[in-house]
Design a protein around this ligand. Structure first.
Ligand code: 4AD
Ligand code: MG
Length: 497
């Protein structure tokens, strides 16, 4: 069977496509049907001159999302989406769809989320899922290529690992169980058996925060490496991120175009070394005059842009009345774009004063909030690795430095305001210290005995990290919210569909 993706191999040949009507424009003697088949979109032309009356009639009855088989000649056409057109000679209707709820007009995001099972067919959602798929494959390729063993860690767990406030509790035959917040502790056990391992699985956090970065169910990739220190851990994570970005740039050009992703920002990343600084340096940077000035500059340039695009909008609105039909379509599109950008700028302008305030008054010892991360990253065009965190705000398993105040943790912040995509650390490998930590945290020692065994029998320095898949997809696709990075997002207030 021919797919739209492969049409270039069939130029001037007759092929049959099986798919759905993405969009249709009818006139008396010709139908323009945008067909999608899962692999791509193709403009199909059904002309009364080229097909039988019955076929032409059948095409007249097609509605958005009706399913069909369409046969015709493949012709190259650079103006057409995908670069090829199909000039139909025959058409078979599989099903005429009922009135499809998602029309080409604008819909609110709540409505689209209610219809997520259908929204997945829309072009942008389709593109994002293709990128997600490529990222998943790139991650496996990266680790498998370096001799890592993929392992599946349990989803039912008997203990907390990332703080007890975000645990989903469930009944496990009258015993309390929790959905895994991380596979890390099990990953450490496997690393002592295989040296290099990685998990790739769903993780769960009862996050009460309703932000564009939080899901309650998300996928995490957690490599764990025996005999790795913090430095080696960072190098690995940097290599992995570069490999992912490189693959997507190579394989997903079309998808990134559909998503209107400005890829320049991703391309610079390949050659440059990621920024690295300690938490303390990052705090200093955040509180600096330089940062305050940058925010002022940002506000000024946003104000200017706002004036400019509002002016543009007024001008093209005037032109609309007398414009030709094709130009009207362009104008409507541009007005839509301007509207979205105006909303974005106005939101930024509302936020900047509080960002400035929060950055200036940031206190050493606190965790960075979403806005702090955004502000910090305004100054960099590559990811930033922040190391040596106040031990108090990091997990019990992290090894500390000589001062005992700082944890040998590392977070990687993505550029362009996408926030933390990686969290990791060197692990505490000393039995006595780890026992102390568990006691300090008020954790039940018995449930961690198996984990402590890893320090009793051949303990070695080791490190690892977790990459959040959805945040990575959001960043690479340039999506403002993680809800569009996973087929069926689970968030505060969203369990269906
Ligand atoms: O920083 P976190 O909590 O680290 C861990 O869970 C460690 N056990 C990882 C390890 O060392 N093996 O989470 C890691 C990453 C974050 O950087 C973020 O990208 C993602 O997981 N993440 C979330 N993504 C979406 N929604 C949430 N609620 C997330 N919480 C964490
Ligand atoms: Mg973290």
């Amino acid at each position: 069977m021919t797919t739209i993706k492969n049409l270039s191999q069939f130029e001037n040949e007759i092929v049959t496509l099986k798919g759905w009507v993405y969009n249709i424009r009818n006139s008396k003697s010709i139908h323009f049907i945008e067909v999608r088949d899962g692999s791509g979109l193709c403009q199909c032309i059904v002309s009364a001159d080229d097909v039988s009356d019955e076929v032409f009639e059948a095409a007249s009855g097609l509605k958005q999302e009706s399913s069909l088989e369409i046969t015709g000649k493949v012709l190259k056409d650079d103006r057409s989406i995908g670069g090829y057109e199909l000039h139909a000679t025959d058409l078979k209707v599989v099903q005429i769809a009922e009135n499809y709820p998602i029309t080409p007009k604008e819909h609110g995001v709540e409505f689209l989320m209610e219809n997520r099972h259908l929204w997945l067919r829309s072009r942008r959602q389709w593109a994002a899922m293709r990128v997600r798929n490529e990222i998943i494959f790139a991650i496996h390729t990266f680790f498998q290529g370096r001799g890592f063993v993929q392992m599946d860690s349990p989803i039912f767990t008997g203990n907390a690992a990332e703080g007890s406030t975000t645990l989903f509790e469930t009944d496990y035959f009258e015993e309390k169980a929790y959905l895994a917040q991380t596979g890390q502790l099990y990953g450490e056990a496997m690393a002592m058996a295989h040296g290099l391992i990685y998990t790739f699985g769903p993780t769960f956090r009862a996050e009460k925060s309703k932000t564009r970065r939080h899901l309650t169910e998300f996928w995490m990739i957690e490599p764990e490496m025996a005999f790795y220190d913090l430095e080696m851990n960072m190098d690995l994570a940097e290599d992995m991120i570069k490999a992912i970005v490189k693959t997507v740039l190579e394989k997903n050009k079309a998808e990134l175009e559909i998503l209107e992703r400005d890829t320049a920002a991703l391309e610079t990343l390949a050659e440059k070394r990621f920024e690295r600084m300690t938490y303390t340096e990052a705090v200093d940077k955040l509180k600096s005059d330089e940062t305050a000035e940058l925010l002022d500059e940002m506000a000024a340039s946003r104000e200017k842009e706002l004036v400019d695009i509002k002016k543009e909008r007024e001008e093209i609105k005037k032109e609309h009345g007398s414009a030709k039909k094709w130009r009207k379509v362009q104008i409507d599109q541009r007005i839509k774009e301007i509207g979205a950008r105006v909303d974005q700028i106005e939101e930024d302008l509302r936020n900047i004063p509080s960002w400035k305030e929060s950055a200036r008054n940031f206190e050493w010892g606190n965790d960075f909030g979403g806005s702090d991360e955004t502000v910090l990253m305004m100054q960099f065009d590559v990811p930033l690795i922040v190391t040596h965190w106040p031990a108090e705000i990091k997990a019990f398993y992290m090894k500390r430095d000589q001062t005992d105040k700082l944890a040998l943790g590392m977070d990687i912040l993505a550029p362009e305001g996408y926030g933390e995509i990686v969290g990791g650390s060197q692990r505490e490998d000393d039995l006595a210290i780890l026992e102390e930590r568990i006691a300090e945290e008020g954790l039940e020692k018995e449930v961690f005995e198996w984990y402590l065994d890893l320090r009793r029998y051949g303990s070695v320095p080791h490190s690892g990290y977790g990459l959040g898949l959805e945040r990575t997809v959001a960043w690479i696709c340039g999506l403002s919210h993680v809800r569009e990075t996973i087929p069926f997002p689970r968030m505060l207030g969203r369990l269906r569909p």
